[in-house]
Design a protein around this ligand. Sequence first.
Ligand code: NAD
Length: 376
Amino acid sequence: MIIGVLKEPSPETRVSLMPEHVTILKKWKADVYVEDGAGINAFATNEKYSEAGAAIASREQVLQKADIVLSINTLAESDLQNFKGKILFGLFQPLFNPGLIKQWAGKGFSVFSIDMLPRTTRAQSMDVLSSQANIAGYKAVLLAANLFPKYFPMFMTAAGSIPPAKMLILGAGVAGLQAIATGKRLGAVVEVFDTRPAVKEEVMSLGAKFVEVEGAADASKAGGYAVEQSAEFMERQKQKIAESVAKADIIITTAQIPGKKAPVLITDEMMAAMKNGSVIIDLAAATGGNTTQTKNAQTVFFNGVSIVGNSNLPAAMPSDASKLYGKNIINFLQLIIDKEGNLSLNFEDDLVKGTCIARDGSISNDRVSQALEALS
Ligand code: NAD
């Protein structure tokens, strides 16, 4: 079997596999074609891929040779016309792109989207959402520290005392927990909101304060994810959040609900009460953002507050992001490559079935089908 690795379109800096992952695939008797320069932004040169046993080729050659093509972002129409294989594998966010997936299915491709991997214990080593969100949480705090015109830690110096920065984190999933840990390491005082009471202990074990709002909808059957909340809960939550927002110097927002628009948790009125020079990093920007002012992939200024809308912070740390992403992919590929290096798809396996979103000419995943129906 031949696995193709494509160069991602700008501004993406990551790559699906690093040279070390090619070495593993070669041991499994699979061949790898890597597009010329695919790893360059992640500091993985063509030479390193060649040393690991990959063939370096043009984009057209990769698409014509590969049985499975790996990419992080969705492919262009011209790529599909060139692609001679049958399997597209990537991080396609199908709940937000169901129409595109339907088109691909109609062209006869089988599509695997690693963000649809069921979040079970066995799947943890393949979970790109976690490996990448961890980076996003870490980078969000570093970015905030760079933009913030004051210190994070408390200082008592001969020239006077500096109070610690007050950080507020909305959403204590993987990114939020890493943001807490990073903020604490830098010396900030941290407060946290989440609708899932299950995260309270984790938040407190990291040394942050968990602000509880009673009456959240039960998310215990949603596979670890959040569910949509009632208008009445959202109103009460907003009042509590407003008190914390007014005190905060730095806010990191990460609140998301899979397949839905992100909840708006910070209003113009709340931001108007913030101190000049405060910073908001909105990691939910790509799905609408958690503030009323967020613009995806842009920084906006509102009443002296910087609001950075960036949902692709893993791309700001391309080497480690690609190293972890690639290892997640390798761990998944192990499920679908047999001992002779051939493709072996076992749809009885819940991880293979859950990650495959299209096959035999149509969408094969219930959540993607529902997202498509919701569009019509
Ligand atoms: P996410 O990116 O979907 O959401 C981020 C956070 O925002 C979540 O904690 C969510 O509860 C919170 N949120 C949503 N609406 C909110 C609101 N109105 N107010 C405040 N917070 C709100 O989450 P994620 O980081 O991808 O993961 C969520 C959880 O999934 C993890 O904490 C974990 O329990 C579980 N998980 C399981 C596995 C596994 O078992 N393989 C792997 C990763 C994550």
